[in-house]
Design a protein around this ligand. Sequence first.
Ligand code: SER
Length: 309
Amino acid sequence: MEHILIIGATGQIGSELTMELRKRYGNTNVVAGYIPGAEPKGELKESGPSAIADVTDAQAVASVVKEYHIDTIYNLAALLSVVAESKPKLAWKIGIDGLWNVLEVAREYGCAVFTPSSIGSFGEATPHVKTPQDTIQRPRTMYGVTKVTTELLSDYYYTRFPGIISNVTPPGGGTTDYAVDIFYSAVKGEKFVCPLKPGTYMDMMYMPDALNAAISLMEAIPTRLKHRNAFNIAAMSFDPEEICREIKKHVPDFEMVYEIDPLKQSIADSWPDSLDDSCAREEWDWKPQYDLESMTVDMLEKLRAKLNK
Ligand code: SER
């Protein structure tokens, strides 16, 4: 990885991944690709090059790759699960037509590609506990359909991300995002209205671990990799009650009430409770740093500092 393009650099994962890659590979070697209307701002803009890289426009992606001598593309353009259900056509256009464009450009210019898959690539028929690396993938959500198609289309490097929790860029329209919103409510001293039932377990991961996963897999020794489909990666699994209890240890008068969102609940019910990530651990030494306890401490501290500014 010498010259890297991040497509979707201003999104939930991209904004932090771009900064992390700049730290590791040098500011000028990492191009922040964005779409008009989602321009990079602040540190993301000041610290290195940026260029319009709309995944639905193959020509535009190709010209950025050519201009910056790109050899590695992180393709992070996507709609999250709940939004994808209301805009299925756009989800396909960005997720699959877009991926096709990226793969074609990558083939032409000899680039390696990273595209994230997700716990959303599984469905009701998938074993929900300790979901194996190789298993049934028959999702019913549009998001899931695009993720399985992504896995089938790609023969490159990628991981199945759990719900990602970060204190920097707020996510938009995911099923796991309640686990981000809950921290904002806690820090603002507001009551949290939880859209999912108690007992709804899903895999989650703190952003620093997600960034490490995306970078370490791209740096992995290819001959050690036995699996070429998306790697299960996991860090923690909890339900609304458990995260609420953990937050209450630090914010004793924090309150949560339930108001179930049927769409989010049905999506969450179709997803695994916990993934088996032993293949990633064996083949490229995957190991998360954060669990629910340490993530909660860090999230509350960072959000307090941010919101009190
Ligand atoms: N965070 C995503 C979502 O909830 C899951 O990959 O849509």
